[in-house]
Design a binder for this molecule. Sequence first.
Ligand SMILES: [Cu+2]
Length: 314
Amino acid sequence: MNRLFDFMLPPEKSTTAGEVDALFHFITEVSLILLLGITAVMLYFAFKYRRKSEDETTPLITHNNTLEITWSVIPLILVLIVFSWGYQGYLAKTNPPDDAYEIRAVATSWLWQFHYQNGHVSTNELHVPANRPVRIIMSSDDVIHSFYVPDYRVKMDVLPNRYTQVWFEATEPGESVLYCAEYCGTAHSDMLADVIVHTQEDFELWLETGDAIDEDLSPAELGEQLVQRQGCMACHSTDGTVLQGPSFLGAFGRDRELTDGTTVTIDENYIRQSLLEPNTQVAAGFQPIMPSYAASLNDRQIDAIIEYLKTLEE
Ligand SMILES: [Cu+2]
């Protein structure tokens, strides 16, 4: 639908986006009409009733019932329309259809992890089928985050210690961006994920094979892809810059001092341990904030990341 303010909005890619936009357009257009109307009448009156001569007097008018009732009742009707329209939309958004496909989402500073019904886990990529309602059951491992996909017109806070949910039905295969919409610390603005919408068959295939697409990459290439996709770059760099965590550049083989005063060599086992149980060996000078990847990386992927880190020599 092409309307006056469409240029302000992202594309409508969910079944409920149109309804949200319709209400948005209604409110914007009514406000615009009122603004223009009131301004025009105001200018006209200012001109018409301007002071024309020195000895002119103003008649005393205390009130006008008809006018006062009109300008109370019309706004009341408008506000009630907006309320009941918005309330219907709110009900539709908070009550997922019974047949919705369920995905569990966990937000951690600063990445998103998604757990599917067959045990598959993806990081910073939310895979969903098109034309099927999807219900996301969300929680946070630390602070408050917020699940926000503008293309779907959905936004919901993600809290520690309790579940919240959001649902949507994507209308066509393609990609959209998921943002964290609650300021959650240093790398908040990097806390993005891709929403990847598949056809129903492709989605089943992706659930079954998942990362099989990675088969023909060399371990180091796969490692590089994983480091990009798994959100490591929110806290680590490959160019020597120290972010929340140490840089990967030249790390392999070097000595690392830990917070308990011991020194270890950054080797295969140390990296593996860092990924599976990051808080058992914390590098000195850093906070223990790295999330565990035990649920989302298998042995092959861990090997690949180790191989990739070996290639980052100074
Ligand atoms: Cu966040």
